[in-house]
Write a protein that binds this ligand. Structure first.
Ligand SMILES: [Fe+2]
Ligand SMILES: [Fe+2]
Length: 204
């Protein structure tokens, strides 16, 4: 039986961080491994700033792309073997799949809490009522130090000047949705739910 993260003390969480790091080095390509480490560091920084438990944010960020290098076929086999419910969208477009499968792996292998699993599950598509942890992982993924280019720079600037909600809104409005349209890709409904929710949060 895997020990659940919610029952772990600080020392055990430290050890889990090390164990996941070792596993990722085996599972992932060099580039994605470094992205995972860097996302963990960014998540730590955001957690500190926004008042989220740092180790929880770090563990979640570290594991967020654990399933990213599986093939579509492997996703479907894993889902079937583990009774993971795939929806109609998942059958048409794989955008949400590495989050969905990754969240399950993180539970099975590392005892991640529901809150941590959800943040992995939604790190690409967001969701209505995103938690603080969801937001941290979503943005750490896109603004970690290794991310270069206009989009990452703009996001870092918005986070600094206007906060995380504005950054998420900008990413959906000026990056995700335009990209989906340009590439004639389906727009996952969660992008819309996230956007509407964040807009309400901003108005509060
Ligand atoms: Fe990802
Ligand atoms: Fe990522």
């Amino acid at each position: 039986m895997v020990k659940l993260v919610e029952k772990m003390n600080q020392q055990e969480k430290e050890e889990l961080l090390e164990a996941i790091t070792r596993d990722l080095k085996e599972i992932l390509s060099e580039n994605r491994y470094l992205h995972s480490i860097s996302t963990m560091e960014k998540a730590k920084e955001l957690a500190k700033e926004y008042g989220q438990e740092e180790q929880i944010a770090m563990l979640t960020a570290l594991a967020h792309d654990i399933a990213k290098e599986m093939t579509n076929e492997e996703y479907f086999i894993y889902a079937k073997e583990n009774n993971i419910q795939l929806d109609e969208f998942d059958k048409l477009d794989n955008i949400a799949l590495h989050g969905k499968i990754g969240a399950h792996i993180a539970f099975k292998k590392y005892g991640f809490t529901k809150e941590m699993q959800d943040a992995i599950l939604y790190h690409t598509i967001g969701r209505e009522k995103m938690t603080l942890l969801d937001k941290i992982i979503y943005l750490a993924d896109k603004t970690e130090a290794r991310r270069e280019g206009e989009k990452a720079e703009k996001l870092r600037k918005i986070i600094q000047e206007e906060g995380i909600n504005q950054a998420i809104l900008w990413n959906i409005d000026y990056h995700t949705i335009p990209n989906m349209i340009q590439s004639q890709r389906l727009i996952h409904p969660n992008f819309i739910y996230t956007r509407n929710y964040i807009l309400e949060e901003i108005k509060k």
